[in-house]
Design a protein around this ligand. Sequence first.
Ligand SMILES: *[C@@H]1O[C@H](CO)[C@@H](O)[C@H](O)[C@H]1NC(C)=O
Length: 73
Amino acid sequence: MTFIGKAIHIGVDLALATTCLAGIKRNTGLSFKLDAVENETAREYTKKYLNMGDSMYDYAVATCGSSKYFERK
Ligand SMILES: *[C@@H]1O[C@H](CO)[C@@H](O)[C@H](O)[C@H]1NC(C)=O
């Protein structure tokens, strides 16, 4: 695989992982413990990464909510 292909693959995986974490947080209240990240810089980035997942989760919910292929039960 090319380098670009690999980079995209890793990016998609990371995006799915953070969206999944956001979903777990919404459904169970369990969220990643930021205090566990020792390095302040790394913690800032982790926070941004998790917020990104939150936005994508919201976006996915909004998209599904307005789609005729989904219904609320
Ligand atoms: C955190 O890690 C980064 C990159 O490894 C480093 O440059 C920085 O000095 C570290 N910050 C702290 C507060 O340890």
